[in-house]
Design a protein around this ligand. Structure first.
Ligand SMILES: [Zn+2]
Ligand SMILES: [Zn+2]
Length: 448
């Protein structure tokens, strides 16, 4: 079905030899979308530069596109009615394009948190193309894109964006120049779209040759954060079996991948003290000065200021387990002022809540860290508020991050050793058994 000025024309004959297409005008309740396979070869690299955590290159490309079939979909609902294969000769042209080279560490990190890497780069490609017209006079039909989990020539993952016209018309050259703001806008578009899994307003493309599959919105966002340097690249090179060269990159995007638990450690500091907001019952008025989320058991910390809490709340929702100290009754209440999200829904393990349940009284994180790990905290909440008022972000952030680290280390100690240590009133050290199993803690929340 060919659309012209709102009229449907059905193609009845395609004569490639004489370059003739016959159509008839007629109303039908469906539309068609081609399925195609594309590939590209780099003929020559023209320019190259490192940006944040990736390299972008500009070059001459040979692009081959083969229409392999088409699908018939019902108008409006897009329901798939029928699929047809077509045998047409591949079309090849030379053009100019730029590409982002994506490091293995990013692919690995995405897979480690159970997201779909191919779906992520594919979504990134679509979204970047849709943002391109903000920076150059064109529409999305003037440019093409291909996402590779592994490009045979480059031997790494890459996303190509190229001029859709033979020889190029300068769009890719422009794209190479504005790649950082382009990716920034792309990240904004995806992060701000309220859809769950991706939609036509963010990562779907009306001209996707693969029928918008696979796409993974969360993976695209994570990849963009790594690319833009908001997160530092993890180093997997020392781990067994993943050193460069001694493993085969996975080519099949559908292959099951190891799926470890996504665990986060979380703490926040406030702008005001409890007695400045009318006591602890008004803790939701204390306002966040800074929050820190530590991801996994490594040193991957993300810092959020007050205007970035939406992002924090999204990041919390991506975790299989949130671990904190007194977060259920304190931190979540403070955060509740910023969001209608129901924090009770988060799979949370609150160490203080467990202690209270077993002992009938509370202990501070300082106390437990001191007796269990032999580490003392260097400041307190009052000092943290003072730093905030003085605009001393550096010690404030360090303090918050230290609390996250202590929470993580206490939790790890409990998992590995099966107890934590506190001191009773007479100063004798006492062990409190902690028979916690990571899988059970996350699993309990999944079911309930
Ligand atoms: Zn969306
Ligand atoms: Zn696509």
């Amino acid at each position: 079905i060919y659309l012209h000025r709102g009229q449907q024309y059905k193609v009845t004959e395609l004569d490639l030899k004489n370059r003739l297409i016959r159509v008839v005008n007629g109303q039908v309740p469906y539309f068609t979308r081609v399925r195609s396979e594309k590939e590209t070869t780099v003929l020559e690299v023209l320019k190259s530069k490192p940006i944040a955590n990736f390299i972008v290159r500009l070059g001459r490309l040979r692009v081959t596109e083969q229409i392999v079939g088409y699908e018939k979909r019902r108008l409006f609902t897009q329901e798939l009615l029928d699929q047809h294969t077509l045998e047409l000769p591949p079309q090849t042209f030379e053009t100019v394009g730029f590409w982002l080279e994506i490091e293995d560490a990013i692919a690995q990190a995405v897979r480690n948190v159970k997201l779909h890497f191919m779906g992520g780069i594919h979504a990134l490609e679509h979204a970047a193309i849709s943002m391109f017209p903000l920076f150059a006079l064109c529409d999305r039909n003037d440019i093409g894109g291909i996402a590779y989990p592994l490009h045979p020539q480059l031997e790494k993952s890459a996303v190509f964006i190229y001029d859709g016209y033979p020889g190029g018309i300068g769009l890719a050259v422009r794209g190479y120049g504005i790649i950082e703001p382009l990716l920034g806008k792309t990240r904004e578009l995806i992060a701000s779209c309220s859809c769950d899994q991706g939609c036509p307003a963010c990562i779907h493309s009306p001209k996707c040759g693969a029928g918008n599959k696979p796409l993974d919105k969360a993976a695209a966002l994570l990849i963009l954060r790594y690319l833009l340097g908001e997160m530092s690249l993890p180093d997997f090179s020392s781990r067994e079996g993943t050193a460069r060269g001694d493993h085969m990159p996975r080519l099949d995007p559908e292959a099951p991948e190891p799926q470890p638990l996504r665990i986060g450690f979380f703490d926040l500091e406030t702008q005001r003290l409890a007695d400045e907001v009318g006591g602890w019952q008004n803790k939701h008025l204390m306002r966040v000065s800074v929050a820190v989320l530590g991801r996994g058991f490594g040193e991957d910390y993300r810092v959020y200021r007050e205007d970035e809490l939406d992002q924090l709340i999204r990041d919390l929702q991506e975790l299989d387990l949130v671990v904190g100290f007194n977060i259920k009754s304190f931190d979540y209440s403070v955060l509740q002022a910023y969001s209608s999200f129901d924090f009770k829904k988060l799979p949370t393990f609150d160490i203080l809540e467990q202690i209270h349940r077993h002992l009938g009284f509370r202990l501070s994180l300082d106390h437990i860290a001191e007796h269990t790990l032999g580490e003392a905290k260097q400041a307190d909440g009052i000092q943290a508020v003072r730093w905030f008022r003085e605009g001393q972000w550096e010690p404030l952030i360090r303090y918050c991050q230290d609390d996250v680290r202590l929470t993580r280390d206490v939790f790890r100690h409990c998992l590995e050793k099966g107890y934590l240590v506190y001191a009773d009133r007479r100063g004798n050290q006492v062990r409190l058994p902690t028979p916690w199993k990571l899988e059970d803690l996350a699993g309990a929340h999944k079911k309930g």
